[in-house]
Design a protein around this ligand. Structure first.
Ligand code: NAD
Length: 392
């Protein structure tokens, strides 16, 4: 089949197998230039390993530190008429590259919130790795079926309190417009906390501890976003912020429960990047395209892979971590630099549909978005027929 991007709002319903492979290879290539094998983690479990920050964490663990990796994700395989999801192709590309380099890499596809997948992971660790020394919790999901009650919780990306009127961007059309976002009620907020909060992270650690598969000195991290006052109405002061506050709560509980293995648990605050999850949040595409312009001009822009490389090589295993008042590792230092934020705020005040191309890095945003699905990668012949079933 000849695979073209088919964009519906903030999602692309097709993915290019060779483009996804090229994207994984480009990230691997970057990591190999900064690699320090034998340092950092050696047996790593990544939850949410098929895209965005989770995939970058898996690539840095494997190709930067020489670690064996087990990745869990929830992706769709291809059918005769449809391509697989991008993450499905990314997993294949990651595994084939890792195996070619002589590394252990196994991917498990299924619902990480379920007890079945937790058990499958434990069985795999016992059989193949014995124990793990790092767990990266990088799930971003719109729904969670609670493993104990069976209730299906749906997250709601909404403000809290009153209606919020904000600027947003239609990325496809390049139109800046105002949107009024209705506030969440208590149930929607609680559902969002259930999906994106810390309870499932705690369940994972409890299950892994009980199974005896956590090595002495084990570490676990989960990713969060705080951002600046431009995004607070829809993020940090909104339903998602409540969920991320719950992640901070869980980190404290998990840290104590890891005492038996001399382990530790931290939340890591990352910068804004374009991923499937972040492009679904109103306001974020406009904020990101302005931010990218400013950070690129200032020479401090990072994408997923450069950002996570910096985390692993300068902070995660350092005795001199950049921590905030609640013990989170702050990787958003460059995004939140005063000169960067002041300039983004100035642009935010004057941006419109007429000047968006001039003020913002809309092209960079669009290109990052298409790359998630394997489009726009150099060296890929997009006019050629590809085996989207990946059978050859
Ligand atoms: P993403 O959409 O790129 O990746 C999400 C991953 O979760 C995928 O591998 C997907 O398969 C997996 N997943 C979803 N539901 C699952 C389930 N039920 N079972 C198993 N796997 C499942 O997301 P991302 O943007 O990389 O987000 C990862 C984390 O990073 C999130 O906690 C997010 O809040 C955080 N973060 C993101 C940004 C950003 O700008 N994107 C910034 C800071 C922090």
């Amino acid at each position: 089949m000849i695979v073209k991007p088919r964009i519906r709002g903030f999602i692309c319903t097709t993915a290019h197998p060779l483009g996804c492979a090229a994207s994984v290879q480009a990230q691997v290539k970057h990591v190999k230039t900064v690699a320090n094998p034998g340092t950092g983690p050696q047996k790593v479990l990544v939850l949410g390993a098929s895209g965005g920050y989770g995939l970058a964490s898996r690539i840095v663990s494997a190709f930067g530190c020489g670690a064996s990796t087990l990745g869990v994700s929830f992706e769709k395989p291809p059918s005769e008429k449809k391509t697989a999801t991008a993450g499905w192709y990314n997993n294949l590309a990651f595994e084939s590259q890792a195996h070619a380099d002589g590394m252990y890499a196994t991917s498990i596809d299924g619902d990480a919130f379920s007890d079945e997948i937790k058990q499958q992971v434990i069985d795999t660790i016992k059989a193949d790795l014995g124990q793990i020394d790092l767990l990266v919790y990088s799930l971003a999901s719109p729904v969670r079926q609670h493993p104990r009650t069976g209730i299906l919780h749906r997250s709601a990306i909404k403000p809290l309190g009153d209606d919020v009127c904000v600027q947003s961007l239609n990325v496809d059309k390049g139109l800046v417009h105002e949107v009024v976002l209705k506030p969440a009620d208590e149930e929607e907020t609680a559902n969002t906390v259930s999906v994106m909060g810390g309870e499932d992270w705690e369940y994972w650690i409890d299950a892994l501890l009980d199974a005896g598969v956590l090595a002495e000195g084990f570490k676990t991290i989960a990713y969060t976003y705080i951002g600046s006052e431009l995004t607070w109405p829809i993020y940090w002061h909104a339903t998602l912020g409540k969920a991320k506050e719950d992640l901070d709560r869980a980190a404290g509980t998990i840290d104590k429960s890891l005492a038996s293995v001399n382990g530790s648990c931290q939340v890591v605050v990352l910068k804004a990047v374009v991923t499937q999850a972040s492009s679904a949040i109103p306001v974020v595409p406009l904020y990101n395209s302005l931010l990218f312009r400013v950070m690129k001009n200032a020479g401090v822009h990072e994408d997923c892979i450069t950002h996570i490389s910096r985390l692993f090589f300068t902070q995660l295993y350092s005795d001199d971590q950049r921590l905030d008042e609640v013990g989170r590792i702050r990787m958003d230092d460059m995004e939140l630099q005063a000169d960067v934020q002041n300039e983004v705020k100035r642009l935010w005040g004057i941006v419109s549909s007429e000047n968006i191309n001039e003020l913002a890095d809309l092209e960079g945003y669009r290109s990052d978005f298409l790359k998630i699905f394997g489009f726009g990668l150099p060296g890929v012949d997009y006019k050629a027929n590809v085996d989207h079933l990946m059978q050859s």
